[in-house]
Design a protein around this ligand. Structure first.
Ligand SMILES: Nc1ncnc2c1ncn2[C@@H]1O[C@H](COP(=O)(O)OP(=O)(O)O)[C@@H](O)[C@H]1O
Ligand SMILES: [Mg+2]
Length: 288
């Protein structure tokens, strides 16, 4: 059955995740009745402090939650409730990576230091694509050019420690687009790179999303990142949605105390770093 163009791409209804402690039989609820939709071309950010349930939410959506977690509710994608698909169901191979691509948290750690970049990229893609070597290289070159990495033959020979974190992150982001997924779920995609590199990576990411018309579910704790990439925002606190709406509206007029506190903390941190940067600069500049 084909999706109607006006249907949401992803419809999450009352998603609840519970963890049961087998010894004490105590039920610990990690996500509480989350409901939201992701539409075509939409960039929806989920923001919350560490431990608020962002990663569990993204894993629940694509069937990667650990076995001991109990999931209820619905995750509707292409008229199918993904929560009803068993973990080892063959249909996952058609969905994960192909239709819903994931940039996992700490994805830079996923690079094997002992293998060249080329080996790692090509081995990963061969799991999804049945292409000749030249077709595969053409696809890789095509996406890497979009993140300003045009010389794949040179890059392929390098090992992860020989290139910068920003370059590795650009590779990870570009590869998520290679199978032209409908949705990309990016879990803290720039958390392990510095501020300046982050700006550059986000600009490439934005351009790729625009070119491919891909919807994004962005998981972040960073308001600047959410502001740069998303049009809508969900604020998650201890596994519950406390505020949702247009990103610009929430950032300029946060309604919930939790959102206000998160934004205040962020502003205080910015002021602190700005002050330190200015005093460092003043110390470095010789007095006239
Ligand atoms: N494998 C796990 N076993 C038990 N508890 C977990 C596991 N993974 C995450 N949690 C708990 O679930 C909550 C949400 O975690 P997580 O989704 O990783 O938060 P976030 O991504 O927002 O930092 C936390 O309280 C965390 O301790
Ligand atoms: Mg996380």
């Amino acid at each position: 059955m084909k999706n109607n163009i006006t249907d949401p791409l992803l419809n999450v209804i009352n998603l609840t995740v519970t963890l049961c402690n087998k010894t004490t039989n105590h039920q610990h609820q990690l996500l509480h009745n989350l409901s939201f939709t992701l539409n075509r071309n939409q960039c929806l950010a989920v923001i919350g402090e560490s431990g608020s349930g962002k990663t569990i939410m993204s894993k629940a959506i694509i069937g990667l939650c650990p076995q001991e977690f109990n999931l209820s509710g619905e995750v509707i994608f292409q008229h199918q409730n993904l929560l009803t698909l068993p973990k080892n169901d063959a249909r996952w191979s058609q969905i994960r990576g192909r239709k819903i691509a994931m940039i996992p948290q700490n994805s830079l750690n996923a690079f094997n230091p002992l293998l060249s970049i080329g080996t790692q990229i090509e081995e990963t893609l061969k799991q999804h694509l049945i292409l000749s070597k030249s077709q595969l290289l053409a696809q890789i070159n095509h996406v890497l050019e979009k993140v300003a990495l045009p010389d794949y033959s040179h890059l392929a020979k390098k090992y992860p420690h020989e290139i910068s974190g920003g370059m590795l992150q650009r590779i990870t982001i570009a590869l998520a687009f290679i199978l032209k997924p409908d949705i990309i779920i990016a879990d803290e995609p720039t958390s392990s790179i510095d501020w300046l590199t982050k700006k550059e990576v986000l600009a490439f990411f934005k351009q790729l999303l625009n070119d491919h018309q891909t919807a994004l579910l962005l998981i972040t704790h960073d308001f600047a990142e959410a502001n740069e990439l998303s049009d809508h925002l969900i604020v998650l606190k201890q596994g519950k949605i406390v505020e949702t709406g247009a990103t610009k509206q929430i950032l300029s007029h946060p309604q919930h105390t939790y959102t206000q506190n998160l934004l205040n903390a962020r502003n205080k941190l910015d002021t602190f770093f700005l002050k330190h940067r200015q005093s460092d600069k003043a110390q470095r500049e010789p007095a006239c």
